[in-house]
Every structure is written in C-alpha cells, then in structure tokens.
Design a protein around this ligand. Structure first.
Ligand code: NAD
Ligand code: ZN
Length: 372
C-alpha cells in the first residue's frame, strides 16, 4: 500500500493539566489493525475532566494521554488478516476493547463493558481517538452506510450510552418519564425516551438555555427549571404536579392520584438531583442513574427508596449498541446530529475543548472535524 499521509496531529492532556496538540508520523497497521483517518470527534465531559484534573476517578494521567472517544472516520489501510473492513469504508470506532477471552466471565457472557481488562481508548494508559490518524483493532470498528455523515458516526458513541440505558431501564410506550439534566446525554436520552414512546416526558436542568435547546430537539418535552433554593421534596412535588397537569389530572398512578414518572433517567450525577429523582418517581418505579458524580453520597433518601420500593439502577458505558445505533440513525429515527452546537477543525482542537469547558458560553456538543 502506497499512502501519502499528512502529519498526524493528536490532542493530548498532560499530567500538569495542559492541552498539547502533538505532531507525529502516522504508523502503518500491524496484524489485525486498521488505520482510520478520523474525520469527526465529539468532545465529552470526561475529556474536559481528564484535562483539568489530569485524571478521572481511579484513572490518572502519568505523562500524556490522547483525549477523545467519540469518533468516526474512514479506513485508509488494514493490516494482515483483517477481513471485516477495507480501505474506503466509513467506520465508527467502538472505543472500549475488552479482552475477549473465554477465561473472562464478562466477555464470555456478553457483558463485555464490565471486562476487568478492557482497554478504553482515552482512559490512561490507552490513548484516545482525538487525532488525524488512529490505529484500532479492526474487530472493534463498525462499518456504517455511505450516507451517514461523519458527525453522525461520531455521535453513535453518546447514543450508545443512551441506548444501553434505554434497554436496561426498559423504557416503553405510554410511560411517564422524567429526565434530569439537559446536557448532551440528557438530550440524547430524551430522543431515545421519545422514540420509545414514553409520554409525557419532563426534562430538568438549572440552565434555561439548555432546557430551551432540549425543546428545539424534541418539541413534545416539558422543560422544568430547577431552583436550588427549594428542597428536593418541594421540587419533586412541583415536578409531579407538572406531570399531572400535562395529563389533565387523569390517569394518575401516584399516591393521591397524581401522575408520577414511572421511570427517571438521571443524567446529572448530582446528589440533589438523585434525591429529587427518588422523591418524584412513583412507588415501585425506577431511578436509572447514568450520571456520574462524587464517590460517596451524603444525602441519599434511603428510607424513601425503601418504603416505596423504588429501584435504583446504574450503568457503565455500553455493550452491543453500535449495530442498533447505526440502524436508528440511518433510518432517521434518531437525529443525533441535532445536539451539535459548535464545530472546530482539528488544527484548533485545543480551542474546541476549551470552548466545551467554558461555562460562560453556551454549548451542548462540540465537534472537531478534519478535512479529507
Ligand atoms: P453535562 O455536565 O454536560 O450535563 C449535565 C447537566 O445537568 C447540565 O446541563 C447541568 O446544568 C445539569 N444539572 C446540574 N445540576 C442539576 C440539578 N441539580 N438538577 C437538574 N440538572 C442539573 O454532562 P453530560 O455529558 O450530559 O453527561 C451527563 C452525566 O452522565 C455526567 O455525569 C456524565 O459523567 C455521565 N455519563 C455517564 C456514563 C456512564 O457510563 N455511566 C457515560 C456518559 C456520561
Ligand atoms: Zn474480558
């Protein structure tokens, strides 16, 4: 294979909490690998966290780690033995690569996101995909239709989080659903709940701008602005009143005939939001926590969950979601590109991550793109 490649550019976060756009030479794929020209990458909140805190939870950056794990591109070369993709194929990169061994209970049972040896690209020591040329195990690339844009391919990753959540929470037709948080995950979760037939759907946030944005994406949704000066119980009562009003006060499932959400999809990871979700959700309902926050909760309404038999469930990334995500986006059932609010070229990747981190500027999903 004769390839004329440009210089490789990689956005790295350092152990000193700096961003560096590093230049290098692209490497050719080894056996089982494919070289992908990454054409679009979404900036995730965890990229910002890795940069600012030189780590996230148990994972620390010891020197430099490349950011990025929401990427789509085109295969430009393949190594020996690769049969599932070929040069010219548009592909989505699944960033979590598990061990895949029969000795691993989680790989063997299909719960590969829980594999203890998973290499997640962008979590140290594995470099991420926010670069021009990325080498990936070919078996963890998903071929997508020609018609799918690179932005859509990149956003199959956050969609995967929400598809896994949608399946695990068993969202279904006619369920009143509360979504807490209208960030990129909350808004994609909103699209999934809406496509699943949940109704009515209420979404909360502290930011009026993010609520307004959610409403432009799914016009049926009822936005609810959180006022942190109120207690969680007061807020929950107002949320339930919002559901009840949306149903004209009939068909109630709650304690006094109010309409309470059967399921809450928690997309903030914030302690008070989790408590509010608990108080708002119907007895025997489900609080499904996607959000990630502090290591310990100090104010968790344990007895309320207990006496109302409310289930609390969690999620870690995704498994077996790309094929479904590809079908949904290519069929137009989920228009995931609607969450993009800004776009930067790869040469300005630092600026893009700074923009995504800047709370004084409105953004939902910032995308970094590279030309042919
Ligand atoms: P984000 O920070 O952009 O959005 C969170 C939103 O919650 C913000 O708009 C914020 O204003 C709002 N918020 C904060 N406090 C609130 C409160 N008390 N009530 C209502 N809204 C409140 O984050 P995101 O990218 O949308 O991701 C959402 C969460 O999901 C994050 O915690 C992220 O780490 C987590 N996440 C988890 C997984 C997983 O595998 N479990 C995967 C992806 C993302
Ligand atoms: Zn494994």
């Amino acid at each position: 294979q004769q390839l004329s490649l440009k210089e490789n550019l990689t956005l790295m976060a350092t152990h000193e909490s700096k961003l560096e756009l590093v230049k290098s030479q692209a490497q050719m794929p080894g056996p089982g690998q494919a070289l992908v020209h990454v054409r679009a990458t979404g900036v995730c909140g965890s990229d910002v966290h890795f940069w600012k805190h030189a780590g996230l939870g148990p994972w620390k950056i010891t020197d430099k780690t490349a950011l990025g794990h929401e990427s789509g591109g085109i295969v430009i070369a393949v190594g020996e033995g690769v049969v599932n993709v070929k040069p010219g194929d548009r592909v989505a990169i699944e960033p979590g690569v598990p061990c895949g061994k029969a000795t691993c209970n989680f790989c063997l049972t299909g719960q590969y996101n829980l594999c203890p040896s998973v290499d997640f690209y962008s979590v140290p020591p594995a470099d991420g995909t926010l670069r021009r040329y990325h080498l990936h195990p070919a078996g963890w690339l998903h071929k997508v239709p020609e018609t799918m844009s690179y932005a859509e391919i990149a956003l199959l990753e956050p969609l995967s989080v929400c598809l896994h959540a949608t399946a695990q929470a068993q969202l279904r037709l006619g369920q009143p659903c509360l979504i807490t948080g209208a960030g990129p995950i909350g808004v994609v979760q909103l699209m999934c709940a809406n496509a699943s037939g949940c109704s009515p759907i209420v979404i909360t946030d502290l930011s009026q701008e993010r609520l307004d944005f959610a409403k432009t994406v799914v016009p049926e949704v009822i936005p609810f602005k959180i006022d942190l000066s109120k207690t969680e119980q007061e807020t929950a009562r107002e949320i339930v009143a919002t559901f009840t009003k949306a149903c004209s006060g009939v068909g109630g499932t709650g304690l006094n005939g109010e309409v309470m959400p059967a399921v809450t999809m928690e997309c903030t990871g914030v302690e008070s939001s989790i408590a509010t979700a608990g108080y708002a959700t119907q007895p025997s309902g489900l609080v499904f926590v996607i959000g990630v926050g502090s290591s310990f909760l100090k104010n968790f309404p344990f007895m309320h969950f207990s006496t109302n038999e409310i289930t609390l469930k969690f999620l870690f990334r995704y498994r077996d979601t790309w094929p479904r995500a590809i079908r949904l986006v290519s069929a137009g059932k989920i228009d995931v590109k609607k969450i993009v609010t800004a776009q930067f070229p790869l040469e300005r990747a630092k600026e893009a991550v700074e923009h995504a981190a800047d709370r004084t500027k409105f953004s939902v999903k910032t995308l970094i793109v590279d030309e042919e």
